[in-house]
Each structure stands twice: as structure tokens, then as C-alpha cells.
Design a protein around this ligand. Structure first.
Ligand code: GDP
Length: 450
């Protein structure tokens, strides 16, 4: 769908004249695409009106690049929607902070609590987890299991069913132990029910009063929202905001087929920034939220900066500049593809790097077909083993004429159509990787890469 937005912008780029009609058609098409992407109706309408105001075609001085102004306006408006204009609360090591997690059952609260704690633990905090979720059967066991894995102190009870008492006792205990970041996981419900909101209010008040700090509320309430809930996002986020003082938002399940539009609704409804997104079930599948790459992805351009962050984590330091340099020049020769296939086969984490690049994991390694995908990658590598150095150094698939393809097929014991499939895959990947070039431009806020 993001491709549809990019396609619309491209169509507009190709139009010889940009008049009111072209602009309206383009905005209508983008509106439809954003609605399907779960961005709420009133936000889309608002954006359309704002863009029409910004892009006053008659007023644009001759010589201005109207297309790039329109393009820039769409990009900036979407970024602005994700910026509520207030900074996110950052826990302070000197003053112990109490952070309460709220959200519907199944949104990912318990999982996200642990990810949040794990993230801060790596940054030198001394965190602890309190399980005040007495509604979900097995919630305490789940939190205990997560916490034990990450070596994080935890508190909960199998016999006490009053969430307020558990929260107060847990917070008090960890205050005494000088923990500087105390996370309280609260109950959810399957629906936005009055009983849930009442319980949340009581836990919020009680944790506040229990503090030695004597504040009347937790330092931060984090609203956890499942990105797959579709158009329900706005109403759900608003209902939570009306009941407790939501300070920031975390969006979960942004991996797989999640549409991202609900994120815009969550910000609009809570007037709070998104701080992290969850991208999987594991502890480290958690990313700091950044509006620009998010909007790029929404517009169909891939999350390049997330990709670079991940690259920095998993590729040895001394190899990073070289790889980035190669990528940023779009010089994706077959040998790089070979090396990267090798990486995929050798180590788990690189899989994550690839999953961030649209088109790579989803198409090459679809979920549930890992074995077949691995076999395919191995086959491709066997064919590349039959290539000459010159062929491997080439970034031009045209050098592979009929006789070369036949030679490679014979040498690797495969058939000609398989070699051609491999070269098609190469072309596809080369196009995607070539887009990394856009990263540097994006960092400078330059839209020409879109
Ligand atoms: P809670 O009821 O709100 O505490 O939700 P849980 O933390 O138990 O999460 C519900 C389900 O969603 C579990 O199966 C989690 O593993 C899964 N989950 C949580 N966050 C993510 C995420 O970012 N991506 C994916 N794919 N699954 C997630």
C-alpha cells in the first residue's frame, strides 16, 4: 500500500502540468491509501485541508519546483502528526521513577514492560518489575519468566488478588531496594470497560501515594497499543487518555503485516509521543521510535535508519564503514549478495537486519517457510560458486548472456531457468539496496530521495 502512495506521487511527478485537478487527484488517491492504512478518517481529512492550504498553486512563484513542494508537504504533514509537540518523559537515574503500563489485554503490555526494562537495564538503570495484572490468568508467571530471563528483580503474588495492594507493596519494596526505575504492569480487559478504567485509576493513585516522593501519581503512564487493531485505534487511545494521564505511547506488533496508520491516531488521541515500537516477540525486538523513517515506510520507502541502527548492532565495527559505503553507493555487486546470503545462513541476528528492508525477508524468507528459503539461498550460492570473479564483481546483470547462463547452470548442476530466477532475485535486491542511497538525503531532510 505504501507503494501505492509512492506510485501516486510518481504519477504526479510525471504529469506535465500540475494544476488544481492533478493535486486533488493525487490527494484523493493518497487519502484512500492512508485510510486503508488505518489512519483515522478525520486525520486524513485534516491533512488534506492543510496540504491544500500550504500548496497554493497560484501563489507559487514561477520556477519553483511545485512537485517537490507538494511532496515535501505530504511528508512534513505526516511527520507533524506524529509530533505532539511535547518531549517524552525520560526516567532519571537520580530520582527513582515509577512507570505504569496500561493497555487492553493482548496489546503486549507484559512483553513490552520487559523490553522497556531490558532496554533501560542496558543503559545502566537498576530497574524492577511489579505484576499488578490480576485479571489475566498466568500474568504473574509470564512476567516472572520474562524477568528471570533478563535477570530483572520482580514482584507479584499468587494469593493476593487486589491489584492496588500488589502495586503498592511492590513499589514500596523496590523503593527500599533503591531501584531507580520501577515498572508496574497493570490488568487489561478484552474491551474498553468501565471496570478496567476504574482499576487503572486506583492503581495510579495508590502507587503515587505509596511513594516516598509523595507525588500523587506515577511519574509516567505508558499506553501500549496493538498496531493491528485498525481504525479502532483513535477511540481506544482516547478512552485510555480520558481515564489516566497517559504520557507516552508504545505501539506493538509492527512486524509482519502491521499497518502503521494507527500510530498517527494514537498520537492525536493522547497528544503524547510514541517512544518505542515493538517489532517481535523477543526482548530485543524493540526500537526507539523515529517519525521520519516511520513516515518513509508508510509512504513505501523502507525503514533505512532503523536498518542502519541494526547494522551497527550486529555487524562488527570494523566492517561497518565498508558495508555502508558499498550500500550507500548502490554498488550492490553479486559478491555482496553472496556475502549477505552467507550471513543469513550463518547467524541469527542478521535476519533481523534483512527483515527491516522491505522485500527481503517477506519475499525471500516468508514466515513458516524458513527451511525452503534456506534451501533456496543455498541453491543460489551454489550457482554463484560457478561464476567467475569478474561476474561476481559485476553489478550489471546484462553481462549474463545465454552462454554464460548455460555455463553457470552446468557448473552448479542446476537448470537454466533457476539461474535466471537467481539473477532476477539479484536485480530485485539491487533495486532495494540501491535505495539506501536515500538515507543520507533523508537525514538532511531532503525529499528528493522519495
Ligand atoms: P498483555 O495481555 O497486554 O500483557 O499482552 P502480552 O504481553 O501477553 O502479549 C500478547 C501477545 O502478543 C503475546 O503472544 C506476545 O508474544 C505478543 N507480542 C507482544 N508484542 C509483540 C510484538 O511487538 N510483535 C509480535 N509479533 N508479537 C508481540
Amino acid at each position: 500500500l505504501g507503494g501505492r502512495i509512492t506510485g501516486t506521487i510518481k504519477q504526479m511527478k510525471n504529469a506535465t502540468i500540475i494544476d488544481e485537478k492533478t493535486l486533488n487527484d493525487c490527494l484523493d488517491e493518497i487519502t484512500r491509501a492512508l485510510l486503508q492504512y488505518d489512519v483515522s478518517f478525520h486525520l486524513v481529512k485534516e491533512m488534506q485541508t492543510t496540504i491544500k492550504k500550504i500548496v497554493n498553486l497560484e501563489d507559487l512563484a514561477a520556477g519553483h519546483n511545485k512537485r517537490s513542494i507538494i511532496e515535501q508537504a505530504i511528508f512534513c504533514e505526516l511527520c507533524k502528526m506524529l509530533d505532539p509537540g511535547k518531549p517524552a518523559f525520560a526516567p532519571n537515574k537520580a530520582n527513582s521513577s515509577i512507570v505504569m503500563f496500561v493497555g487492553l489485554q493482548g496489546a503486549g503490555k507484559t512483553t513490552t514492560c520487559t523490553k522497556y526494562v531490558y532496554y533501560h537495564q542496558k543503559k545502566g538503570y537498576k530497574p524492577a518489575l511489579v505484576c499488578a495484572n490480576t485479571f489475566k490468568a498466568g500474568a504473574f508467571d509470564q512476567l516472572k519468566q520474562n524477568a528471570t530471563k533478563a535477570k530483572i528483580p520482580f514482584y507479584g503474588s499468587y494469593t493476593e488478588f487486589d491489584p492496588v495492594k500488589i502495586a503498592v507493596d511492590g513499589v514500596d519494596r523496590f523503593k527500599k531496594e533503591n531501584c531507580d526505575l520501577i515498572i508496574v504492569d497493570t490488568s487489561g480487559r478484552h474491551k474498553q470497560k468501565a471496570s478496567l478504567f476504574e482499576e487503572m485509576r486506583q492503581v495510579a493513585e495508590a502507587t503515587g501515594y505509596s511513594l516516598i516522593l509523595k507525588s500523587s501519581k506515577p511519574d509516567l503512564v505508558i499506553f501500549v497499543m496493538d498496531s493491528t487493531i485498525g481504525q479502532a485505534a483513535f477511540e481506544q487511545a482516547q478512552a485510555f487518555k480520558q481515564s489516566v494521564a497517559v504520557g507516552v505511547v508504545i505501539i506493538t506488533k509492527m512486524d509482519g503485516h502491521a499497518k502503521g496508520g494507527g500510530a498517527l491516531s494514537a498520537v492525536a488521541a493522547t497528544k503524547s509521543p510514541i517512544i518505542f515500537i515493538g517489532t517481535g516477540e523477543h526482548m530485543d525486538e524493540f526500537q526507539v521510535f523515529d517519525a521520519k523513517p516511520f513516515v518513509c515506510r508508510l509512504l513505501g520507502n523502507g525503514d533505512w535508519s532503523g536498518f542502519v541502527d541494526k547494522l551497527q548492532e550486529v555487524v562488527p565495527k570494523d566492517q561497518q564503514p565498508e558495508l555502508l559505503e558499498k550500500l550507500s553507493h548502490g554498488n550492490f555487486i553479486l559478491r555482496i549478495m553472496y556475502d549477505q546470503f552467507q550471513n543469513i545462513l550463518n547467524m541469527g541476528p542478521l535476519k533481523e537486519v534483512f527483515s527491516m528492508l522491505p522485500g527481503i525477508c517477506a519475499e525471500m524468507m516468508p514466515k513458516g517457510h524458513e527451511k525452503e528459503s534456506q534451501a533456496k539461498i543455498k541453491r543460489y550460492m551454489t550457482m554463484m560458486d560457478s561464476m567467475t570473479n569478474k561476474e561476481l564483481e559485476s553489478s550489471n546483470p546484462k553481462v549474463f548472456n545465454g552462454s554464460r547462463i548455460m555455463r553457470i547452470a552446468r557448473g552448479s548442476g542446476r537448470i537454466v531457468t533457476e539461474v535466471m530466477d537467481m539473477l532476477d532475485e539479484y536485480k530485485r535486491l539491487a533495486t532495494i539496496w540501491g535505495k539506501v542511497k536515500g538515507l543520507k538525503m533523508l537525514e538532511k531532510g531532503n525529499m528528493s530521495s522519495l
